[in-house]
Design a protein around this ligand. Structure first.
Ligand code: BV8
Length: 250
């Protein structure tokens, strides 16, 4: 049985011409990838992501940061999209314009055959050199914590092609994300704690022009003033919403 809130969002989706999805680490949680709010485990339990995902941390200890990303890249490669990712791909097959703005670097939206994905924080599957941003090829077979490649062009160390804390977001990605927030009828804010800026401001941007903004999250603390809160994991809530909006699409 759907709640009134779920019905409200399903109706809004059904009437929408443009939908923007803002996703965070939580949408990949059911694919087995830890979120940034989850405490790091094992060897990494003494660190916080914010202390590893920075240029300063890399300068201070490149091997440590490189090792962390090697392990995360391997986990991302092994992960599979979950029903939350797949529901968004299904939404794209029904609604004319669906833009996915993701804070995630794991590539799982693309693995779910979603298109029009804007990677606000880059991709863990991309590699470039630290000093000059030369694009580098990283062969998965050679991707090892014990092997930290140097740039063939300038000799500087490889780094992941992600946006670290304290680094500017890719200009074009940010501009497209702002447009997607400004132009949508409905925004689904899925699996994000709303802490990291400037991504976190996109939800209020959508609210400010009258879009319906629905937050999908099992944690009631992620509720957004003015938004509609749908409490539950993305892997079950998103398929419920799509089935409710288009019952004949089941
Ligand atoms: C910038 C790539 C301009 C790396 C990431 C001091 C100096 C410099 C900047 C700042 C500063 N103070 C503040 C800032 C701004 C800073 C910032 O926001 N800091 C935070 C910590 C306050 N931002 C930046 O630095 C950005 N750049 O501002 O440039 C500038 C430049 C210089 C100086 C000043 C300004 C760059 C930010 C990008 C950082 N890179 N990722 C990597 O991945 O290794 S961000 C990182 O956090 C991930 O991308 C992650 O996605 C993202 C945000 O987290 P969430 O996605 O929200 O994930 P989180 O774990 O927090 O939450 C998960 C949620 O899922 C939870 O709510 C949970 O309840 C929910 N959940 C769990 N299970 C499920 C679920 N939901 C649904 N279903 C489930 N099953």
């Amino acid at each position: 049985m759907l709640s009134d809130t779920e019905m409200h969002v399903a109706q809004a989706l059904r009437q929408a011409k443009r939908v923007t999805v803002l996703s965070g680490a939580g949408i990949s949680a059911e694919s087995g990838l830890p979120t940034f709010r989850d405490p790091l485990t094992g060897y990494w339990s003494k660190f916080r992501p914010e202390d590893l995902a920075t240029p300063i941390a890399f300068r201070r200890n490149p091997e440590l940061v490189w090792r962390w990303y090697c392990e995360r890249r391997a986990a991302a490669r092994a992960a599979k999209p979950n029903p939350g990712h797949l529901a968004i791909t299904k939404l794209q097959s029904i609604v004319p314009a669906v833009t996915i703005v993701t804070q995630n670097v794991d590539g799982l939206h693309q693995s779910a055959s979603s298109t029009n994905v804007i990677e606000l924080h880059g991709s863990i599957h991309a590699t470039r050199c630290f000093d000059r941003d030369h694009v580098m090829e990283l062969n998965p077979e050679e991707d090892s914590p014990d092997r930290h490649p140097a740039c063939p062009l300038c000799g500087s160390l490889a780094r992941p092609g992600v946006v670290w804390f304290g680094e500017m977001l890719p200009e074009e990605a940010l501009a497209r994300s702002i447009s997607a927030a400004n132009e949508c009828d409905v925004m689904l804010v899925v699996g994000t704690s709303g802490i990291v800026q400037p991504a976190a401001s996109l939800g209020s941007r959508a609210l400010s022009h009258g879009a319906v903004v629905a937050v999908v999250n099992p944690d009631p603390r992620s509720v957004m003033t003015g938004g509609v809160f749908l409490e539950g994991p993305a892997g079950s809530m998103l398929p419920r919403l799509i089935d409710a909006a288009w019952p004949d699409s089941k």
